[in-house]
Design a protein. Structure first.
Length: 116
């Protein structure tokens, strides 16, 4: 059974940092690109960052470029999202994601709240 379990969210002040983790199981993690999405209240879910299977290629939403870094450890079956200089508009539930053929898998999400 495929499982994606996010952790690391919380309440942080503007300008602060968090590192999210997504622990994967039930599939050959090193074969798949992984992504982080987020969904703020009343808004559609949006792609934040993505990383290739070997970690050699990444891409980011314009709104987070230069502040967020996606990485992965294939030995630990884990993908990370390091978030620096957080802003109130980064407040959202953050989800990790991957696609296997026609199937799309999501974790349960982790809440990130950026507030003074």
């Amino acid at each position: 059974e495929v499982q994606l379990v996010e952790s690391g969210g919380g309440l942080v002040q503007p300008g602060g940092s968090l590192r999210l983790s997504c622990a994967a199981s039930g599939f050959t993690f090193s074969r798949y690109g992984m992504s982080w999405y987020r969904q703020a209240p009343g808004k559609e879910r949006e792609l934040v960052a993505a990383i290739s299977s070997a970690g050699s290629s990444t891409n980011y939403a314009d709104s987070v470029k230069g502040r967020f870094t996606i990485s992965r450890d294939n030995a630990k079956n884990t993908v990370y999202l390091r978030m620096n200089n957080l802003k109130p508009e980064d407040t959202a539930v953050y989800y990790c994601n991957f696609r296997q053929l026609l199937n799309v898998y999501w974790g349960q999400g982790t809440q990130v709240t950026v507030s003074p």
